[in-house]
Design a binder for this molecule. Structure first.
Ligand SMILES: [Zn+2]
Length: 441
């Protein structure tokens, strides 16, 4: 009896009803904005009608008069670097024959031949140190359990569903995107995922500015009251240099991904930036965005300064028409995307495997690595974007829309997306209200 029993949309609707309760976090929010404590800005909504976890997980009361259980001991071990199961069994004083019986149990036994540092093992041992049960957890949600059955063991795989709690974050960018996100309690993996949602609209390498901000509605995953990681980003808004973009997650049998509130896909034919956004490149470029842009436009391309070896991505699906070398370009790649579009990538340290003339590439596929070959003083990618043979600014050129939500899926889209957008907007209003009410200092 907990949230796992509810489909997500019900959960979210319940959360929406709970939005009225959200004002209780305002006091915290006011406080948080000048504190560097992470996580406090998270406003977790406990959906009404769902039993508290503590009750759901409470141990069963002991039944009076039950005969004493047979003596057994339970020990937990964490796999250390260099460990294997034979070593751990020996250390536990369990006979090698037991190990062989566990490994022989089909089909799961062989999976214990490779165990990894940091993973958990639980031994249940009988009085004579015989093995009654062995549990191995390769992740917080997964356990392989082997129980004694006669002479051997029977293994089963247990998968646990985490509890999904809807949470919010807001951050205003005053340093790099990563630093500002961390201060708001976001970890880097979530920041990367946020950037990926908007990567067709925003160049996260060059275009992030002080004062940009984002609001995110996302899931935190809990198992037995313990935070174990992040679920999906459900909806988000990113404001870049005054332009706001909203995205909402939607999935049905035919499609899944992020869409605008009106049902257009966030995906487009081209990525705004063909280099992977990373901590290093974003920090580096924040300091030199303007002069760089002005200087590079006359030579009809954009320079992305990045450490040597940074992966370069095909900005759209297409066919490689050149993967070669000239004195000026160094190692370079030209990709043709349909009849109209051509992209060029210069000064590569090397090509990715399989990148040669005629190769078909997918958007986001690594085609090579940043270098300083040809006429280049320092490692950078020189990127050009041509429409019908004419150079365009890839960061501002308007791009054809990808397939929107189909008409027959409209009702399902509205049903899923609107509550999420409403939650996001409600949260945004609360934050803005909180700031407006701040006393002037
Ligand atoms: Zn250049």
């Amino acid at each position: 009896m907990d949230s796992r029993a509810f489909p997500r949309k019900h959960f979210v609707l319940a959360g929406l009803l709970g939005l009225g309760l959200c004002s209780f976090v305002l006091a915290d929010l006011l406080y948080i904005e000048d504190s560097s404590e992470p996580a406090e800005e998270t406003a977790a909504l406990a959906p009404p009608g769902i039993a508290p976890r503590a009750i759901a997980d409470a141990p069963l009361p002991e039944i009076a008069g039950e005969p004493p259980a047979p003596q057994h001991t339970v020990t937990h071990r964490q796999v250390a670097p260099g460990d294997n199961l034979a070593v751990i069994f020996r250390r536990q004083g369990i006979a090698a024959a037991e190990l062989h019986r566990v490994l022989a149990s089909k089909p799961l036994g062989p999976r214990l031949r490779r165990i990894y540092p940091g993973h958990d093992l639980t031994f249940t041992l009988g009085e004579d140190n015989s093995l009654l049960k062995l549990e191995y957890s390769p992740g917080p949600l997964q356990t392989l359990a082997f129980e004694r059955a006669g002479d051997g063991f029977v293994g089963r795989e247990v998968t646990q569903e985490p509890e999904r709690v809807v949470a919010y974050k807001h951050a205003t960018i005053d340093h790099s995107l990563f630093v500002s996100s961390q201060r708001a309690g976001f970890d880097d993996s979530l920041t990367m995922r946020l950037a990926q949602i908007f990567q067709w609209d925003i160049d996260f390498v060059l275009d992030i500015r002080r004062g940009d901000e984002f609001y995110v509605l996302y899931e935190e995953l809990y198992l037995n009251d313990k935070f174990i990681g992040y679920g999906d980003i459900l909806a988000a808004e990113f404001t870049n240099q005054g332009d706001s973009f909203q995205a909402v997650w939607y999935s049905d049998d035919n499609t899944e991904g992020y869409f605008t509130p009106t049902g257009k896909s966030m995906r487009k034919a081209f990525l705004r930036a063909p280099v992977q956004f990373s901590r290093i490149s974003s920090n580096f470029n924040l300091r030199r965005v303007h002069p760089l842009f002005k200087r590079t436009m006359p030579h009809r391309g954009i320079d992305y300064a990045a450490p040597r070896g940074t992966p370069i991505m095909a900005s759209g699906d297409g066919t490689v028409t050149t993967a070669g070398r000239t004195n000026a370009n160094g190692n370079y790649v030209v990709i043709k995307h349909g009849e109209q579009f051509v992209t060029k990538y210069l000064h590569l340290s090397k090509f990715a495997r399989s990148i040669r003339k005629g190769a078909r590439v997918k958007q986001g596929q690594t085609i090579g690595y940043v270098g300083a070959t040809g006429w280049a003083n320092a490692p950078h990618l020189h990127y050009e974007f041509l429409v019908s043979g004419v150079h365009k600014n890839p960061r501002t050129v308007s791009l054809p829309d990808a397939a929107p939500i189909q008409n027959d899926a409209r009702p399902a889209f509205e049903y899923q997306a609107q509550p999420l957008i409403a939650l996001l907007n409600g949260y945004k209003q609360q934050i803005q209200l909180a700031f407006r009410d701040l006393p002037a200092e």
